[in-house]
Design a protein around this ligand. Sequence first.
Ligand code: HEC
Length: 111
Amino acid sequence: MKAPDDFYNRTNPVSSTPDNIEKGRLLFQLDAQPSCVMCHGSQGDGTGGFGANLSPPPRNFTCTETMKDIPGGQLFWIIRNGSPDTGMPPFQDLQDEHIWKLILFIRSLAQ
Ligand code: HEC
């Protein structure tokens, strides 16, 4: 699902420092529930055990080709609201800042 236009092109307000990326990694691998890892895999390559049975499959964040064209606002929208009719659940309880840090971590995987 595409984010609304005013949201789609939003850029990440949190700067991409090693510290913020590390906080994103901790959220991704430990703190956010249900854990991103069970579907996207601990390295974000889409190989989480639960994700293996999902169609469409969980996004592989290490695929630079796929990720480079997806704006931050779109990633934010899907993490907040989920992706309807897929396994991607909404994360309504995460603070905005935490979602942006998750995105910094996700972006750090595609290179
Ligand atoms: C229960 C499985 C599951 C969990 C848990 C999960 N995801 Fe996903 N995720 C998916 C699936 C499946 C898709 C593909 C959805 C699609 O193709 O529209 C996806 C897609 C995404 C996308 C791509 C959005 C886009 O528009 O390209 C992002 C970003 C994402 N997930 C982030 C996360 C983060 C961050 C977490 C943890 C806070 C998480 N996901 C937890 C299954 C999951």
